[in-house]
Design a protein around this ligand. Sequence first.
Ligand code: HGY
Ligand code: MN
Ligand code: MN
Length: 421
Amino acid sequence: MRADVQDAVNRVDQQRLWRRLTEMAGIGAIPGGGVNRAAFSKEDIAARKLLVSWARARNFTVAVDAIGNLFIRRAGTDPRAAPVMTGSHMDSQPRGGRFDGIYGVLAGLEAIEAIEQAGVKTRRPLELVAWSNEEGGRFAPCTMGSAVYTGARRLTEFLEVTDNDGVALEDALARTLAALPAAEQRALKAPAAAYIEAHIEQGPLLEREGRTIGVVTGIQGLRWFNVEIFGETAHAGTTPLAARKDALREAIAAIGALHELTRDASDTLRFTIGRVLVTPNSPNSVPSHVMFSVDVRHPVAATIARLGEAIEPAVRKAVTHCSVKVTPTLRDDPCAFDPAVVDCVERAAQSLKLAHRRMPSGASHDAMYLARVCPTGMIFVPCERGISHNEAENARPGDLAAGARVLTAALLELAGQNRDS
Ligand code: HGY
Ligand code: MN
Ligand code: MN
């Protein structure tokens, strides 16, 4: 490894990274050691302000785009060159962990800061991005910020999406943008030369095999839907069952049919109904409306495509006394990362003598969308027993720092040191 790259890698500070992760974990902290930091919430705003304060302390510049993606830039020698990007997300699940997303943001800051401290000049600018609303827990669907940034989705599609309290995304986003310290405006679809995201694995493989680094090869495909069942509310005591249009009873039948549809002896397919909203939600009124979410995933393109097409027919067949509306909200085919970036990550892990392996990602990430517009890759580090989207999510400081060191070396290779290009 070149001396200047080694110098930057050596300046990755495990204590500084752990200290920042701990400080961020205090924003939206919940019992059990987790966080609840919903997109565009006051906790999200607080996390954005804290990140910007660390960036400004290093004289990095700060920009924001129309959906609130936050760009922190370290200048390169060629200001016109498209940046090499890294990043992840700061929003969390309602009962999220202290590492999902935020680790990739802070590992990216750590890498860029170590490069700055080493004084390594790069031709391309380096940019850290905190993507808006990756989780989709408050405003569905997930990976909204990166989807809009890359042009895969239009911001106008999402402005009227509401959370469980009826707050529109447009209003929450406006408050978030207004609260941000003065940041320059960044156009959507701004060019990127490459993107690498560091993330906890959110699975048990690395820990089970005693490896420190996952060289991620791609992400499985996924489809999200909102299914609505429309019935009639009625008196629980006087209305005969035969005369009811019971939206919840029919939703349960539809959910049973979907579980049949997604039965998989190999346990490769992933099927989740995570949200069910019932109206009027009263013990003695027959439910008149149910909305439930569908999240289905599979690594094989033809399989996830077939499943995506089968959801609505299966629901309609199961529902007999109510009307149905099925709204697709996310359609992501499996993505394979750029071989050159995968190789670059693998070389960095090898040169740092870290036990590593190539592996796919079961979880989706913003890298899913960046892969459509620039050479993209990911770096995984182990998390305890593979637990994630749970307060008990945990990771070891040494593994987190190792991931940041691999990221530092890989970014420098992709950004091109001055002498190389
Ligand atoms: O749902 C996912 O895979 C990601 O954690 N948002
Ligand atoms: Mn994540
Ligand atoms: Mn997540």
